[in-house]
Design a protein around this ligand. Structure first.
Ligand SMILES: Cc1cc2nc3c(=O)[nH]c(=O)nc-3n(C[C@H](O)[C@H](O)[C@H](O)COP(=O)(O)OP(=O)(O)OC[C@H]3O[C@@H](n4cnc5c(N)ncnc54)[C@H](O)[C@@H]3O)c2cc1C
Length: 451
């Protein structure tokens, strides 16, 4: 630790915080309070060069380190107790190149900052539902969002990256490195910059539809029957519906985040009317808006930090058996405003990166269920977690042929994380690239683990 202290004394432009610092608590805290770890020191590099100086210093002195940006890892994996946190949030530039239809995004950028910058340039790129999530943490492991049927997942937007490798060298990622980054995140280096595809910004119709809630189980079933019929007849790419059971303004109800990402507003209004006719609507906030304002709205639906955890499962389909389980547990969902069941969907025929250029494996159409038992106190969170666990266990008892073997690494607890099933046929490729670029496992705290 002495060498690090000396390095920081010689580089006063690099901010840092220790448990004695007044800003330590703010800087260490992540989204999940009870999962946020206590590092010995948080170091905040301001450039790729700073990171390049830090990595060899830490490895040569056997100082365990982890990389942190938005702090939304639900299991605290971006910090190590008594270790060093490389907090990239001061590397937060966004440079848009409209002619190339790309944006260079600093390693520490969070979603809201990206959207603000893209908005100024009249472009957009797929983004996650929570604006405080780090852009790199979201996109490099998959990146589900409301624009995925239109433009693909976050991982499909990555066209370039700059990393600090195991030797502390800043490199422009070659095609092999990019393949590992697309799905494997920071397992071969600290990603100090990503280049992402951007698209001309369209008008958008977006917001939440809150349905009346009389019999939640029945409503979940009826909504999904109508949705499945509409899907069988073909859904347009600009349309995405994210279902959630939330404790909203009118109490516990089924809600749908509605996104129409095309300037053909007439067609968008038709789909809005259609989706709004599937159940009686209690309240709707869907309106012509911008991606930025939609993100601000989405951000108001979640607390900045909370107690709790997440349970997740991927299912090929929302079968009647699955809907029964969802309905039964939705009815028992605790009333804490933070609790949520959310359902992401990866539809068929969305744009994707060519399979050989990514280790992201889960491409078959599926539903990603996120059960979020969260609360403002540890006691309420414990009750919510018991509910979430029972919910997850009942989903696991449904028809095994409908359960996708691979789950989303970002949301899978370390105890449930089996890399071979998460990466499936891509695991051997990821392992091979890891062996080429980080044979000594310098980046051992990354989510992708190698045995
Ligand atoms: C409230 C909430 C909402 C979410 N919504 C969505 C959603 O809509 N869609 C979706 O797909 N996912 C979603 N997620 C999951 C989220 O995308 C992942 O947990 C993501 O990894 C968080 O990134 P972060 O930077 O905020 O978190 P952190 O905890 O800071 O980082 C997460 C992981 O990424 C690594 N990492 C981050 N940046 C870098 C970098 N520059 N270089 C190397 N490694 C890096 C960290 O080391 C860590 O292992 C959500 C999570 C939460 C808590």
């Amino acid at each position: 630790m002495n060498q690090l202290t000396e390095f920081l004394a010689n580089n006063p432009h690099i901010h840092h915080a220790t448990p004695e610092s007044s800003d330590y608590e703010d800087l260490r805290m992540g989204f999940i309070i009870n999962a946020s770890r206590h590092p010995a020191i948080i170091v905040r590099p301001r450039s790729a060069e700073d990171v390049a100086a830090l990595v060899p210093l830490l490895t040569q002195n056997d100082l365990p380190f982890a990389v942190r940006v938005g702090g939304h890892d639900m299991f605290g994996r971006s910090q190590i107790n008594d270790g060093v946190t490389i907090d990239l949030r001061e590397i937060s530039y966004v440079d848009v190149d409209k002619s190339a239809q790309t944006a260079r995004v600093g390693g520490g950028v969070v979603t809201m900052d990206l959207l603000e910058k893209l908005h100024e340039h009249d472009v957009v790129t797929p983004f996650g539902m929570t604006p405080s999530v780090g852009v790199l943490g979201w996109s490099t492991f998959g990146g589900y969002g409301l624009l995925s049927p239109h433009y693909g997942l976050g991982v499909d937007q990555i066209v370039g990256a700059k990393i600090v490798d195991a030797q502390g060298i800043i490199c422009d990622a070659d095609e092999i490195m990019l393949t590992a980054i697309r799905g494997g995140g920071g397992c071969i280096g600290v990603i100090v910059e990503l280049t992402l595809k951007v698209y001309p910004k369209s008008q958008t119709l977006a917001g939440a539809i809150f349905f009346e809630s009389k019999d939640l189980a029945l409503e979940v079933e009826q909504f999904n029957q109508a949705y499945a019929r509409a899907k069988a007849n073909g859904l347009p790419a600009p349309l995405h519906l994210y279902q959630a059971v939330i404790n909203g303004p009118g109490g516990k109800s089924l809600a749908v985040l509605f996104m129409w990402s095309s300037s053909d507003m007439e067609e968008g209004q038709k789909w809005l009317s259609r989706a709004s006719s599937w159940l009686p609507v209690a309240m709707s906030t869907v309106q012509p808006t911008t991606y930025l304002d939609f993100a601000r709205f989405a951000s108001s639906m979640l607390p900045p930090k909370t107690y709790g955890t997440i349970f997740t499962i991927n299912l090929f389909d929302l079968t009647p058996e699955v809907l029964k389980v969802i309905g039964a547990h939705a009815k028992k969902q605790p009333n804490n405003p933070e609790v949520l069941l959310g359902i992401h969907e990866l539809r068929a025929n969305g744009p994707t990166e060519s399979s050989s250029r990514t280790v992201y494996h889960n491409r078959q159409p599926h539903f990603l269920l996120e059960i979020l038992p969260m609360a403002s106190t540890p006691e309420l969170a414990a009750e919510a977690v018991a509910w979430g666990e029972a919910f997850r266990d009942d989903l696991r008892k449904t028809d095994p042929s409908n359960i996708v073997p691979s789950s989303y690494i970002s949301l899978t607890s370390p105890g449930d994380s089996n890399m071979e099933s998460i990466y499936g046929v891509k695991y051997s490729k990821l392992k091979e690239i890891k062996g080429l670029y980080d044979p000594n496992n310098v980046f051992k705290s990354a989510l992708a683990q190698f045995y």
